[in-house]
Design a protein around this ligand. Sequence first.
Ligand SMILES: Nc1nc2c(ncn2[C@@H]2O[C@H](COP(=O)(O)OP(=O)(O)OP(=O)(O)O)[C@@H](O)[C@H]2O)c(=O)[nH]1
Ligand SMILES: [Zn+2]
Length: 385
Amino acid sequence: MRQAERAIFDLRRGLPIVLRHQGAQTLVLAVEGLCDATLSAAGTLTGASAALVLSRHRMAALGHVVTAEAVSLVFDQQPMEGELRALAWTRGAALPHGVQVVDADQTNLAALRLLARAQLVPAALAFAVPEAARSAVEHELAGGQLLAVEADEALRLCRSGPGLLTRVSEARVPLAEAENSRFVLFREADGVHEHVAIVIGDPGRWPQAVPVRLHSSCLTGDLFGSLRCDCGEQLRRGVAAINEQGGGVLLYLSQEGRGIGLANKLRAYGLQDEGLDTIDADQVIGFSKDERDFRVAHEMLDQLGIAKVMLLTNNPSKVEALQRAGINVVERQAIYGDVTRQNERYLQTKADRHGHWLHDLLSEQDEPASAEPERLPAPGTAGGA
Ligand SMILES: Nc1nc2c(ncn2[C@@H]2O[C@H](COP(=O)(O)OP(=O)(O)OP(=O)(O)O)[C@@H](O)[C@H]2O)c(=O)[nH]1
Ligand SMILES: [Zn+2]
């Protein structure tokens, strides 16, 4: 396993890592999981004070518009753990006086991207290791207490797609909505994420444009029928619709919470209960409105030999992502869950701020909205779906 992938595990365990860039070293800690003891141990080891690295989304939530993807906050006095946490994700926090805001350098950017990839809150504490502390840090590295990663390697890992997915195992799994189904499991190169293709019907008899749904995981909705979203119904109706159309594939993607992970989605739910919408809540924690990378779906379709699809979605980004990857999306069919008192605002936000094709559903709640397939223009031509 590459060092950068191992670093993700260490960060998730609350351990520090060392990022190297052009001969310099930076000790990095996730603010999530930080305690005063680790903070002071890092300070003692490096003899340095730390910068807090935040995303531009978090800065916007703090009321500061910045153009760089990430910034480093440099303090005149080292804040305590509680203040750092507040700056990292508390709603209504403000930058303290005397703090300097500078664009994050390569190393600090790498730290932040690793945290986002690890589905932690994207807020990093970065201690630039001075010459005097080099040997102490080297000693920890040699003893295996610390892991060192090249910042460039970390950036490469975070930029890359899923890598070559390994088709690991498969089995027949009859479903209530589609008896003739097979689950095919794919594993990403980093060993962390696994995605499942639910292959419905007999591939030899599939329609020419294969009915396909990309479904991002939602533990609360898919498994427990949460009323906060429409995911559970979309999942089951998706399987049924594919089955009725002669078979196809549902890709069940490990992209909980639009890619921010379950822990952050629950944090975001807390903020939504305070009145924020789904996008603003994610921004408070430091995320963009959608952190998903649909290259993984393209890779799975490739391995299944599918190049021409009829996509079941209300999300224009999914159509664009597949078309960009060279998949011929010839049709798009709406796939709706029910509108409930609890999910109406969520759906309205998706329609208004994500651009989802949901306005029909939301304006015609008395009559079920049409789910007729809609022909799409060829990729690269003007016009929308
Ligand atoms: N961050 C965040 N994620 C949410 C919230 N509600 C649902 N989700 C996630 O949103 C994703 C929805 O996935 P999909 O249904 O595949 O995608 P979609 O963008 O709605 O597109 P279509 O359903 O295809 O129209 C899942 O990963 C859910 O876990 C929320 O309030 N905040
Ligand atoms: Zn959901």
